[in-house]
Design a protein around this ligand. Structure first.
Ligand code: PMV
Length: 326
């Protein structure tokens, strides 16, 4: 007998950034973060538990996964098997419609979809709060992809295994756009967990980063509730640059920004001078994601696509939370 389920999760972009852990074992964030769930940047994952399989199989974007990617997925399957009291091995097939492992938060939608699909395939009842907590253990930003629209993941008190994200406002609350300027299609060299540990252990700015983040999260949350793009945008840019300053001052320095990133940032600044409300953010990778009003998205995308070294642009809008396809 085999049991199968398919889940769709969207990527998310942090408007107030997460960088640093308060509990490495439970993967709890040291700072709160607020994100926007992005449509149409999706991961679709099908999990099949099959009594005939001798071992777990994990296929990512059409290729068998190896090493860390495979072992992280198996860890999720093991947790679900323990809850469902099942010993069956699984076949996981997962595909993204956007570049993997390059700062576009593919781990977020990937783990959110994997948790929900394996949970459902194992016959367990839908539970968004527990999905979010389990996703967080695999990748903290994944906890946010369970929910749609504007989502907060609070910082964690060490030992709080149940910490989950929560909705701040649904996708219909505010019709903004994120224009992604793709700077490079390759995978990043230093993953976020390794990078965060390095920053915590070596960056003289780590403490300052943690200290300034609470006020920035408050500002982003208040700006979202008031649909105030200036407030959200200014706080988002400061959160981004404070996080990158902390990363860069690590030893050795973590420099995720590339020439295309700086060129795109200059374009965002120029557009603002020309009277368009647009603000930039970057994660652990070189892409620039620009936040703007829906009516300005076409002009922002055209200007970023025209920027030297930028490969292409994608436009995203607020998306829904986890979907199960039956
Ligand atoms: O959840 P992780 O381990 O992929 O870390 C994500 C960290 C950033 O993308 C840089 C910031 C964020 O809040 O998404």
């Amino acid at each position: 007998m085999s049991q199968q389920a398919t889940a769709i999760a969207r990527a998310n972009i942090a408007l107030a950034k997460y960088w640093g852990k308060s509990d490495v074992g439970l993967n709890l964030p040291a700072v709160s973060s607020i994100s926007l769930t992005l449509e149409p940047m999706r991961t679709e994952t099908t999990v099949t538990f099959d009594a005939k399989l001798a071992s777990d199989e994990v296929i990512l974007n059409g290729k068998p996964a190896e090493g860390k990617a495979k072992s992280r997925a198996i860890k999720v399957l093991d947790q679900v098997r323990a809850l469902a009291e099942s010993g069956h091995k699984a076949r996981v097939e997962s595909a993204n419609n956007f570049p993997t492992a390059s700062g576009l938060a593919s781990s977020a939608s990937g783990f959110a979809a994997l948790v929900a699909a394996s949970w459902t395939a194992a016959g367990l009842k839908r539970d968004d709060v527990r999905w979010s907590a389990m996703s967080r253990q695999a990748s903290a930003s994944a906890a946010r992809s369970i929910y749609g629209g504007f989502v907060e993941l609070p910082k964690g008190v060490p030992g709080d295994a149940a910490l989950a994200a929560r909705e701040v406002a649904p996708p219909s609350h505010w019709d903004v756009r994120i224009v992604v300027a793709v700077a490079n299609e390759g995978a990043k060299d230093v993953g976020s967990t390794e990078g965060m540990t390095l920053s915590e252990q070596t960056s003289p700015y780590y403490r300052a980063w943690v200290e300034c983040s609470d006020a920035l999260v408050e500002e982003v949350r208040a700006g979202i509730m008031a649909r105030d793009l200036t407030k959200v945008g200014e706080a988002m840019e400061q959160s981004t640059l404070a996080m990158h300053a902390c990363m860069m001052a690590s030893r050795p320095g973590l420099i995720y920004l590339q020439p295309a990133t700086l060129a795109a940032l200059a374009t965002v600044k120029r557009l603002r001078k020309e009277g368009i409300e647009v603000y930039a953010t970057m994660d652990a990778g070189p892409h620039v994601k620009a936040l703007c009003h829906a009516e300005d998205a076409e002009r922002v995308a055209a200007a970023l696509a025209d920027t030297q070294l930028v490969l292409r642009t994608l436009v995203a809008h607020p998306g829904e939370g986890l979907e199960i396809r039956t």
